[in-house]
Design a protein around this ligand. Sequence first.
Ligand SMILES: [Zn+2]
Length: 203
Amino acid sequence: MLTNQVSGEDDHYEALDLTPDAPPDEVREAWRFLLAAFHPDRFRDPVQRSRAEEITKRVNGAWQVLGDPALRARYDARRGSAQAAIATREIPCPTCAGRCTVTDTGGRLTHIACPACGETFPAMIGARCVDRPRLEKRGVRLRYQAEFADETGARTTVTFRRLPQELALPEGELFSIVFDPRRPRPIYAIVHGDALDLGWRVG
Ligand SMILES: [Zn+2]
């Protein structure tokens, strides 16, 4: 699944596999390269072909914005404010369920002190789900295992005793996981959507 950095809008830099500081000639080169590489005529398999058509459409959409200096400047401004807006997250305390406002750590494990009850608990804030959670059998019990990556690409596997249906397809989504202060098990899973955060008690 591809991410949207700007609410309701595709991430054009990601579509072209560029960083936001890429100079105009690099933008043009990336666009032309990807158009050639994913030209739908190159793919005979219908599934691959339709995927190539999707990529081509996305790449062209990115070029329409990033290839135009005025549109690119406006897009960058929107993108900047969207990223600033997600710099903090609301996380429930595992002990009192009070809300803790925390800085997004880009998926790294951090320790949070609850301002309401004083509990200190570990949490992973803003980690990207690498794969869909897998159902695994451990003895007679079923467990879900999901892999998360922080912004440096470092991976962490989290085991859930239960996971709501809605979390069956979260590949690529941004997650925060709140852990039990005393045992390494997840208590809350929160998915950070474009406009809305959705949280579930999972432990
Ligand atoms: Zn608390």
